[in-house]
Each structure stands twice: as C-alpha cells, then as structure tokens.
Design a protein around this ligand. Structure first.
Ligand SMILES: *Cc1c(COP(=O)(O)O)cnc(C)c1O
Length: 383
C-alpha cells in the first residue's frame, strides 16, 4: 500500500481493502455484540464498552464514507433523519439557523416543529441566492447554515463554496445534505462545508433495503464532540446488520451513481420540450436553475434525480404515475429500481412542489425501457 490517496472507485470497490486480521477474510464479519469485556485492571483494552455509543460493525463503512468525502471522521446513524437532526440537536437554544425553503420535507417539518419549539431560531430562505444568504446571516448569532443540493423536489442547486464563504465570514458553520449528489459527484468539504450529511438509505446503500444515515466532518471541534454525544446518548445508532449491508452497497456506489446519472440526463433531454410535458427540472439541462453552478460543483454527472411537470395539471400527473409499469409508484430514491412519485400528495399544504410535479428516481434499468414506459404512460393519461 502506498500513502497516495486512492481514486474513489478504488476506495469504494475494495472498501479500503481491509482484511480481517485473524481469519484473512476479505469481507468483514458481522459484529452483533452489544457489550465488551472489561479487563482485570478495570480498563477496556478494546476501547469499546457498549454498542449504543460505538460498534466495530461501523468502522469500515465509516472509514469508506470518510475517505470518499475527504473528511476527518464519519459517523453512522440509524437513519438520514437521525444524522440530520443530530447536527441541529448539538446546537444551543436560541441559536439562529438558516435552512432552504426547498428541502427534504420531513426535515423541514421537524425544523419548523420540534426544533423551533425547543428554541432553535430557524429561518427558511432562498438558499440558492447568495444575496438572500448574505441578508439573512446575523454575524455572531447565526450558528448554522443548512444546504441541500440538488434539493428535493425541484433539484435547485446551491453554490456551496460561495455560501460557505459568506457563512464563515459571519461565524456560522455550514452543513450540506449531499444525499442526491453523493461523494462521487460533489465533495462539499473540499468546497468549504464543515459537515456533510447523507441519507445512506438512498445512494450509499443503493438497494432500498437499509435505513441509515451518515455525517462526515472536516475537522474535530467541541461542536463535533457534541454531535458524537447526541448519537451515543439519544441512541440514534445504526444496527450491525444494516452497517454490514451498507458496506456491501458502498462497493458499487461509483458504478450505480454514474449509470443513474447518465440515464437521468438522457431521460431529461428526451422529455425536455415533449408536447405532454410542461417542464423538466434537472440541473443537467442548460435552462434549469443551477446548471452553471453544477458544471463546476458536480463532477461526472448531475445525479439520478429529476422531476417532470405533466401538462394538464395535478390530475394528469397522478394519471401518468398510475399508468407506469417499470417506474414503481413509491417514495424514496437511489435504489436500483426506478421510482415515480407525485410529491404534492406526499408533502401536503405548504409544499413548494407544483401540483403537476412527478419526482423521478432513475434506477439502473435500460434507459430506453424507462423512456418508453414514461412515453406510454403520458399517452394513456392524455387520451
Ligand atoms: C431520504 C432523505 C433524508 C432522510 O433520510 P431517512 O433515511 O429517510 O431518514 C434526508 N435528506 C434527503 C435529501 C433524503 O432524500
């Protein structure tokens, strides 16, 4: 082994190349123990005590995710929400937080509900506008700026480097929900972010069979130690089997993300200007918000997520989703199977999703099959 940083494809495919020292197995064992032996001298030789705080089943997956993001340390959580909320729970009552108006709906609900009731001062802004960020920052009072890019479900793009520059000048930390971009397409820490969050449920695991979350930090700090305590004390800890499956999924991350991105771009281009489609939302299209920023912020693709707006409004959109066969009507994203979802039905009142919007998670099926299935569904919905 050399010390030279490995290519992300090599990191992912070999999961950093770890070998089990005792058995020489190339795949790690599944550690399920919840507790660890205390030695006669009353110390814990392993450094481990109890699996709510820490678990050897996490080590390799955390190291792989950390290496892919180029961070100081990664932490696995029981879900993307457990990871995201830990970032906010480590703040103090009264802290001012900026978050985007367009963001993952469940997290937005939690921020405007529990987090606000517990005393966080949460302000939703247009995060894609550096002017809006600059105007909303309160130097010395804003503790955190939360970015999601590309953001659910309009796939708007925020310039991480520019936002981090503004936030840091005001003394605020920056956290990025990079679930959709994945570390293959965007590396937020290198662009100036302090923390990266992933719903590992989505692309990192990639097979729609694990709920998991991850955080990666650029450098250690008392704040990060509080985040660690949130996981250990509130107990949003991932299960051993989920961590084992996640590591297995990570080994093909690079292939899955590239394939889904290439397919999504082809689908976006195909339906851009289609007579039955009012608009395609995808950062890979030149006319879409954020295309210019994506060209420098995303490398190797624009991701597997896009939305289409059906001509004919909400009823037409729901009818299109009803007629797809290959695209499955289900929530979530980042699996091998393509998913279609009428977002306004999920998000309800206050959603930024237009009523005619269908969110598409491009899977790994044949691109022509995916296009043909949407074509026939659009035709059937518009008799
Ligand atoms: C799914 C998702 C989350 C939440 O992750 P869970 O594992 O479902 O808790 C957060 N952010 C984004 C962008 C997501 O897609």
């Amino acid at each position: 082994m050399t010390d030279k940083a490995q290519h992300p494809d090599t990191i992912a495919a070999q999961a950093l190349g770890w070998i089990d020292e005792r058995t020489r197995a190339v795949i790690p064992p599944l550690h399920v123990s919840t507790t660890y032996l205390r030695d006669e001298d009353n110390q814990y030789r392993s450094g481990r005590v109890y699996a709510r705080a820490d678990n050897p089943a996490f080590d390799q997956a955390e190291a792989v995710i950390n290496a892919l993001e180029g961070g100081h340390q990664a932490l696995l959580f029981a879900s993307g929400m457990a990871a995201a909320t830990a970032v906010f729970q480590a703040l103090k009552p009264g802290d001012h937080v900026l978050a985007p108006k367009v963001m993952y709906w469940s997290l937005r609900n939690w921020l405007m509900g529990f987090a606000t009731e517990w005393g966080l001062d949460v302000e939703l802004i247009d995060m894609t506008s550096p002017d809006a960020v600059a105007a909303a920052l309160r130097p010395g009072r804003t503790a955190l700026v939360w970015i999601e890019t590309p953001a659910n479900p309009l796939w708007t793009v925020t310039d991480i480097a520019e936002t981090a520059r503004l936030a840091h000048a005001a003394g605020a930390r920056v956290a990025v929900d990079s679930t959709v971009a994945t570390p293959l397409l965007t590396r937020p820490l290198a662009l100036g972010a302090d923390v990266v969050m992933h719903a590992a449920t989505k692309y990192l695991n990639g097979h729609s069979d694990v709920i998991a979350g991850a955080l990666v930090v650029r450098e250690d700090s008392p704040y990060w130690q509080r985040v660690r305590k949130v996981r250990a004390q509130l107990g949003g800890t991932l299960g051993s089997f989920e961590a084992w499956l996640l590591l297995r999924g990570l080994r093909t991350l690079h292939l899955r993300v590239r394939a889904a991105s290439a397919s999504a771009l082809a689908i976006a281009r195909h339906f851009d200007g289609h007579p039955l489609v009012a608009e395609v939302l995808y950062p890979g299209l030149p006319q879409c918000q954020g295309h210019t920023v994506s060209l420098r912020q995303m490398n190797g693709g624009f991701g597997g997520m896009l939305s289409i707006r059906a001509r004919g409004g909400e009823a037409a959109a729901i009818a299109v989703a009803a007629k797809t066969a290959i695209w499955k009507r289900a929530t979530s994203l980042g699996g091998t199977e393509s998913l279609i979802e009428h977002r306004a039905s999920v998000e309800g009142a206050g959603t930024p999703a237009p009523p005619d919007l269908l969110r598409l998670s491009t899977g790994l099926e044949d691109t022509a099959d995916l296009i043909a299935d949407l074509e026939q569904a659009l035709a059937l919905a518009h008799p």
